[in-house]
Design a protein around this ligand. Structure first.
Ligand code: BG6
Length: 484
């Protein structure tokens, strides 16, 4: 049967970069193999390097499962172009018009900005200058969509001006601001878990929750992405976006409905409710660190003060979470790859069982975002023997055991939603601005710190859980980081 899905052409700016290589092309290829793509589609890679179509296709040798590759790769076209060269955009337009003819009709055009963010302005300017952004050659601009990767700006001001530029040309419905963590199965499940199960909602507040921890640990370092990473740092790279979105799914209020704007409203509201950390308090509430050896990596400024690790203690000023600390940490070169949330409940064991030895921490709900996606509830139980002795045990659910499926990469979901024009799992401008407001204050505080002659960047050894200061952040509150 003929595949009725609408034809599309996706232009990837920065097609020889890391994102296209590791995420976008593999996700498109997998969707193709899963028959989720229309019969008619093309992907145009736009990058600076000189390359033929064939060489461009060969660039993705990393794809493990090559079944279907020769058919899929025929859809990949290369367009060499400097982002500052108008002629390259004009050539691109020719290619797009040819494809319109080939696919005979209404072709959705998707422009994916997968370059380092400093190129966004130039690309958008040239798209406007050549009318590419206005749907040149097509009768409606609405067939054009723009997809923007994080980091969306580098602080509140630049995020606002990027928005301004986008709004000059595009309507909100055409703009897809990607945070691929929103597409992760486990993060989407958080809402189902919290709001579809009546038993959690009554305890999901400051009367029962002692504190919340969010850990985002990666074993890898910066892996040749020095030029990008050194100008950004871990706070902008993953905290401003991924950590904020994980936090939003834990702390948001129940949305009015399960509809796009209701969900986005709830996310935006909770991010807005995060209490700002004033520059004078930066030392008290935030930690940053740099792994040893970072300064001698490729493309890194030898005096760089860029953090590869950060930990932040924050409060969400809603009635529900008033007074409950949230501890967030993210780092490169950590002991393992693991991303998870630990909701630590107030310990009540000692009320009755003090002299029988209560465990230090009692009930913890761990939501494992990756790997081993699942949820574990730690409870206290009596060991099976005559005398009373207590231990903690786990009640565990994993996606793999329960559903017998491997979790798909979030980019597959993200791309499908872009094709369908569904923006629920994409950032709205207000939530991004609230999160930048919070992060920009920290960045300002850090600038002040650097100027003080006493301050030195805390270092940590590769393969450890960050600098000592990160442990102190919790220890001074009588708490510890939980490992999962
Ligand atoms: C990206 C960051 O957004 O997310 C990377 O730029 C990070 O530094 C990556 O490694 C992690 O994504 P995932 O899906 O592999 O956990």
């Amino acid at each position: 049967m003929k595949n009725k899905k609408r034809a599309f052409v996706m232009v990837i700016f920065g097609a020889t970069g890391d994102l296209a290589h590791h995420k976008l092309i593999p996700a498109l290829f997998s969707l193709f193999n899963r028959e989720k793509l229309p019969d008619n589609f093309s992907v145009i890679g736009f990058s600076r390097r000189e390359m033929t179509n064939r060489q461009f296709r060969g660039h993705f040798e990393n794809l493990k499962d090559r079944k279907g590759w020769s058919k899929f790769s025929k859809m990949l076209i290369y367009q060499k172009g400097d982002f500052q060269d108008k002629d390259a955009y004009l050539e691109l337009i020719e290619k797009l018009e040819e494809l319109d003819k080939k696919y005979k009709g209404q072709v959705t055009r998707l422009f994916y900005l997968a370059t380092p963010p400093q190129n966004y302005d130039t690309i958008l300017d040239f798209m406007e200058d050549t009318k590419l952004s206005r749907g040149i050659g097509q009768d409606s601009i609405n067939q054009t969509k723009i997809i923007i990767e994080k980091p969306f700006g580098k602080d509140l001001e630049t995020a606002k001006s990027l928005d301004k530029k986008l709004y000059k040309t595009f309507k909100e419905e055409q703009i897809f601001r990607v945070d691929h963590y929103l597409g992760k199965e486990t993060i989407q499940n958080m809402l189902a878990f919290r709001f579809a199960n009546g038993i959690f909602e009554p305890v999901w507040n400051n009367r029962f929750i002692d504190h919340v921890q969010i850990t985002f640990a990666e074993q890898k370092g910066i892996e040749g992405r020095g030029r990008f990473f050194d100008g950004v740092g871990i706070l902008r790279d993953v905290a401003q976006n991924h950590l904020m979105q994980i936090l939003a799914s834990v702390a948001m209020e129940q949305p009015k409905s399960f509809e796009r704007e209701a969900i986005r409203d709830a996310r935006a509201k909770v991010i807005e409710a995060i209490r700002p950390i004033e520059p004078k308090d930066t030392g008290k509430f935030t930690v940053r660190g740099q792994y040893e050896g970072y300064l001698s990596e490729k493309d890194i400024d030898r005096n760089s003060n860029t953090g590869t690790y950060t930990a932040v203690k924050l409060f969400v000023d809603t009635e529900r979470f008033q007074g409950v600390p949230f501890y967030l940490r993210a780092g490169k070169n950590m002991p393992k790859n693991t991303v998870y949330v630990s909701v630590v409940f107030i310990q009540t064991c000692h009320i009755l069982f003090k002299e029988y030895g209560c465990p230090e921490i009692g009930n913890v709900l761990t939501i494992k975002i990756q790997p081993d996606e699942g949820i574990t509830l730690r409870v206290i139980a009596k060991k099976p023997q005559e005398k009373l002795d207590l231990a903690t045990v786990n009640m565990k659910f994993t996606y793999k055991d329960e559903f017998g499926v491997e979790i798909k990469d979030a980019y597959e979901k993200i791309l499908l939603d872009i094709f369908a024009g569904d923006q629920m799992l994409f950032n709205r401008s207000d939530e991004l601005q609230s999160s930048w407001k919070f992060i920009t204050k920290i960045l300002k505080g850090w600038e002040v710190q650097i100027k003080s002659s006493k301050w030195k960047m805390p270092k940590y050894k590769k393969g450890t859980w960050g600098p000592k200061e990160a442990l102190d952040l919790l220890e001074k509150d009588g708490r510890k980081w939980i490992e999962a």
